[in-house]
Design a protein around this ligand. Sequence first.
Ligand code: ADP
Length: 271
Amino acid sequence: GQTIPVMVRVAPLRDGYVLILAENLSASRRLEQTRRDFTANVSHELKTPVGAIQLLSETIENNADDPEYVQQFARSLRKESKRLANLVSDIIDLSRLEVPDALHEPELVDVDELIQNVTEMQSVLAAEKQISLVASSKNTGAAVWGDADLLTTAVRNLVDNAIRYSESGGSVSMGVTVEDELVRIAVVDQGPGIPAAEQDRIFERFYRVDPGRSRATGGTGLGLSIVKHVAMDHGGTVSVWSSPGRGSTFTLVLPQARIEDDFDRMDEKED
Ligand code: ADP
């Protein structure tokens, strides 16, 4: 068999009983290792755009009298700054998720409204790529308890990927269904798809199927790990169905807010 390192804590209880707590050390070591890897990856990922920004600004300074040069490097400078901004914003999202009581005061989130908001937020990017972005369902009555900002970020990340990885001229659609007390939010694209062997790994932090393509489109490698984290924090899941060459469908499944819960919570609020 396999030996598992444990840390044992003993706490005395009443009547001469003791409580023995055995903490699985291999699990906490793994967690620690994950944290260390993450910090190392973050440093590496941050250094790249920061270095590029420094270099590009020096180049612009040294070529100030050549407008064509300046324009060309200013464009690259803007791209690298955008990448840095995306990375910082994703890291902030992740650190918000690490706070255990980020969901301390859940609110009732109207999913139809959330989908409309995401459609509006992503419409500029979709238009730039001539992608038709459609929300196929309205008035589904879907509602979930949770953090509206985090849920919006999660759906937005899925739509952002769908647009970024699609060829221009394609289409991306979002659908919502409520069944068996579950809300399903599906984001469907006709992009390149994801090979079966990679489908689990893409939810890991900084994992990319094609790092070059991800970076070229302003990707940080963190988007899907944020979606997964948000899903889990809301008692839900995220999964992917994909067929290379035919596209991908990402589905976020969340518990539908029940009417009884609504009343209970409203009562609490009034007290
Ligand atoms: P990134 O910032 O690189 O897009 P994500 O965590 O959002 O990071 O996604 C991880 C990887 O999963 C991407 O690099 C890409 O290879 C793959 N991926 C995600 N969404 C899609 C999609 N809709 N179509 C094809 N590949 C995708």
